[in-house]
Design a protein around this ligand. Structure first.
Ligand SMILES: [Zn+2]
Length: 472
């Protein structure tokens, strides 16, 4: 009798305990994606069945809600010859926006992609060619286009974006599988809650676009759909009035980031008949998970920041800047650094010695060769670019228009340089002491080790409550 109860109790209890341990372990290693990794094949089976039945997986993720009513202006299908006009208007109005660009368009206009980022706006991925028939015939096509576009943008700017918008929106296009894979891969999918209808039908005038937006509804957080692709002159004309409308209603303007709660449409009736085999599902899940690791495993790639960059000269820099990592610190007087557009340029020599690297300046070809462990880089001042070879042996060429030489000293952007060498800013204290700003830096091992990544995660968790604005 006793034995019977024990056997029954144990057989019930053991899997529960194992599952709990498994979940705890996953939470420790992947705090944001623990749910995404089922513990057993049985659960994987259940997930597949749920997706087959057309039901989305629930992702447990928390988002931050801004204190003020906030509008996120979004522009799709660019960059095009209209984008400079949109950027000029945004600059004149002092507001930031998000650009869901097409890889195909971005390839044609790299200078515009860089201008978008340089002026404090944020890039999102809108696939490569926008062709519904291809994108929604099979997820693997959609995936390839997202990857291709991500690479185009990363090559042009040195940044990857996890913000994604489905061409035509998700309704009737996405199924539960699309959402599941993209979530595993670390993307955030954004539809909208105000459609300016500037792409809904031909012949929309600036007046009718404005009237559509004016109807609202005006929720606490608004994601507004507009277009800066070819042929959208009327949207450009309507933009200044639309911005003024939101200003009058007391809205703050911000860029999307993966901490902004996405608006996502319901699945709707599928317009595209698709079938998913179990085998294909497993392949896609593996690829998506592999990509999902990238966001935490590759410290040399900057993730989309939520930038609130002050206008040039609007904010005076601090008297002194302290760079702190572990027990080592470098202190720079105002004359030894450049503070501009809300970010810092610092001498490469001081920065490399802080990171435990070496630097060699070659005056004749105006390049600085920097070595830190397995990372090698060459700052090419003539080309205004940086070539980095990371521990995996991959070469990245990054445009760095902001680098500067003054009195024989090469100044490089602090945050970007750190991240390219496997480091990371964990906190920024604008007033660590009166007149002194402090940037706390976490350096992963110069060999990009797991231990280094673990240390970074630990440090970030401990320090995040001290961070204030992100003006580095
Ligand atoms: Zn579009």
């Amino acid at each position: 009798m006793m034995r019977g109860i024990c056997a029954f109790g144990c057989s019930r209890l053991v899997p529960v305990i194992l599952r709990m341990l498994c979940l705890m372990l996953l939470f420790a290693v992947f705090p944001n994606t623990a749910w995404a990794m089922p513990c057993s094949m049985g659960e994987e089976e259940a997930v597949f069945a749920q997706l087959q039945a057309g039901k989305r997986m629930e992702a447990e993720k928390t988002y931050s809600v801004p204190a003020d009513p906030t509008v996120y202006l979004t522009f799709d299908d660019g960059p095009s010859q209209l984008t400079p006009k949109v950027l000029d208007i945004l600059q004149a109005e002092g507001v930031q926006a998000t650009f869901f660009v097409l890889g195909e368009q971005a390839e044609q206009r790299p200078e515009l992609v860089r201008r978008i980022v340089k002026e404090g706006h944020v890039l999102g991925n809108h696939t490569y060619n926008h062709k519904y028939k291809e994108l929604y015939s099979d997820f693997s096509v959609f995936w390839d286009q997202v990857q291709k576009t991500e690479k185009v943008l990363a090559d042009q700017t040195g940044e990857r974006t996890r913000l994604l918008r489905a061409p035509g929106g998700t309704f009737g296009h996405f199924d539960a599988f699309y959402y599941h894979y993209l979530s595993l891969a670390g993307y955030e999918v954004y539809d909208w809650n105000i459609d300016s209808e500037d792409a809904r039908r031909p012949g929309m005038t600036a007046e009718s676009i404005y009237r559509t937006v004016e109807k609202g509804p005006f929720r606490h957080e608004l994601i507004v759909l507009m277009h800066d692709g070819p042929g959208h002159e009327e949207s450009v004309k309507a933009l200044p009035r639309i911005i003024r409308l939101f200003k009058e209603k007391g809205y703050a303007f911000a860029t999307l980031s993966s901490s902004v709660k996405p608006v996502q449409f319901s699945l709707g009736k599928q317009k595209w008949p698709r079938t998913v085999s179990r085998e294909k599902y497993e392949q896609m899940v593996a690829a998506a998970r592999e990509h999902g690791k990238l966001w935490s495993d590759l410290p040399n790639i900057r993730q989309t920041p939520q930038t609130m960059i002050a206008a040039e000269g609007a904010v005076p820099g601090p008297e002194r800047l302290r760079l702190q990592t572990g027990g080592t610190a470098v202190s720079l007087a105002k004359s030894e650094m450049i503070y501009r557009d809300g970010y810092y340029l610092v001498p490469i020599r001081q920065l490399s010695s802080l990171m435990g690297g070496t630097v060699e300046w070659k005056e004749q070809d105006r390049t600085a060769a920097v070595t830190r462990g397995l990372y090698q880089a060459e700052y090419d001042f003539a080309q205004r670019e940086l070539r980095v070879i990371n521990p995996a042996g991959a070469l990245q060429t990054i445009s760095l228009p902001e680098m500067e030489v003054r009195d024989g000293v090469l100044y490089v952007p602090l945050r970007k340089t750190l991240e390219l060498f496997g480091g990371r800013v964990t906190a920024y204290l604008a007033e660590a002491e009166p007149g002194t700003a402090e940037v706390r830096i976490s350096l992963s091992g110069p060999y990009g080790s797991w231990w280094g990544i673990y240390q970074q995660l630990k440090e970030t968790a401990g320090l995040s409550k001290h961070s204030e604005t992100r003006t580095y």
